[in-house]
Design a protein. Structure first.
Length: 290
């Protein structure tokens, strides 16, 4: 029962965090929509972006919350080892090519680049269409996952848009900043803290997807809470029934034992009376003989 109660407490704390995340996402979505207003000047957009960055910081903090040292929102980070080679230096165009084998991220695991989970869109070598990296909204790796991404032999990944990312090969890790595009790249990107600095760099649809995923997570959390509460109720009922059964087997029945005691006491008293009468008859016989 104690273990189940601890699990329930964990889920309740997790749900509180998800509720806070929902409020933050609602506000971020509201800021993004307000930023689309053509009547807003650059000062307004700057203020929106400042609040947007602070909200990202809060989300980043929530993802690292723990319950008695256990992560509430564990994020799986996959690493490309040895087979992966990459280059992105300053303002040069770059690709990452996995030369042998394949790299698969399945089951909702997020590939983590710097502080953002991003989806890698791949295309075969020589194909003209450009791949891209799309943001999984504001560091919510546990809200948005990439599904399945496979990088096969001689597959190129183009980096589109303005991003910072960290590529990890074996034990070496390098951080690069830049923007890759078909016509060239300029050194520009998100801030050094890894947060999106310009609110217009995020699409409204990404917030919609994140909020929908968050709703699914809260539904799953609620279902787990109900399941555990039912288990706790069952265990408590079993404990009560087992204690009652043990009492019936091992404990004395006071009413029954009292009845038995009274009956045996009457028999003892009757025996004593008969013994006394027998002794008196002997004495009477002796008197007659005298």
């Amino acid at each position: 029962i104690q273990n189940s109660q601890n699990a329930l407490s964990y889920l309740q704390v997790q749900d509180s965090g998800l509720k806070t995340v929902g409020s933050i996402l609602d506000r971020m979505s509201e800021l993004r929509i307000m930023a689309q207003d053509i009547t807003k000047n650059s000062g307004d957009l700057e203020n929106y972006s400042k609040e947007f960055i602070e909200l990202q910081s809060q989300l980043n903090q929530i993802t690292r919350e723990t319950f008695n040292g256990i992560s509430l929102f564990a994020v799986n980070t996959d690493r490309v080892n040895d087979a992966g080679t990459g280059s992105l230096r300053g303002i040069s165009d770059s690709t990452i090519s996995v030369m042998t084998g394949s790299y698969t991220s399945a089951g909702g695991q997020a590939i983590e680049y710097d502080k953002f989970g991003r989806t890698l869109t791949t295309h075969a070598s020589g194909v003209g269409a450009n791949g891209s990296i799309s943001l999984n909204v504001v560091n919510l790796q546990f809200v948005l996952s990439i599904g399945t991404t496979t990088i096969g032999n001689a597959t190129d990944i183009d980096l589109g848009g303005l991003h910072n990312y960290t590529d990890t090969t074996g034990t070496n890790s390098d951080t690069h900043a830049g923007a890759a595009s078909a016509g060239g790249a300029a050194k520009n990107g998100i801030g050094t803290d890894g947060f999106i600095e310009r609110i217009l760099d995020v699409n409204v649809s990404q917030f919609t997807e994140a909020i929908e995923r968050l709703a699914d997570m809260r539904a799953e959390n609620g279902a787990e809470q109900n399941r555990i509460m039912n288990s706790i109720n069952l265990l408590q009922t079993n404990v009560t029934n087992l204690e009652a059964a043990h009492g019936r087997i091992m404990d004395a029945d006071i009413a029954l034992e009292s009845t038995r005691f009274a009956r045996q006491n009457v028999l003892v008293q009757a025996s004593a009376s008969m013994t006394a009468q027998a002794n008196q008859l002997t004495n009477v016989a002796l008197v007659l003989l005298q």
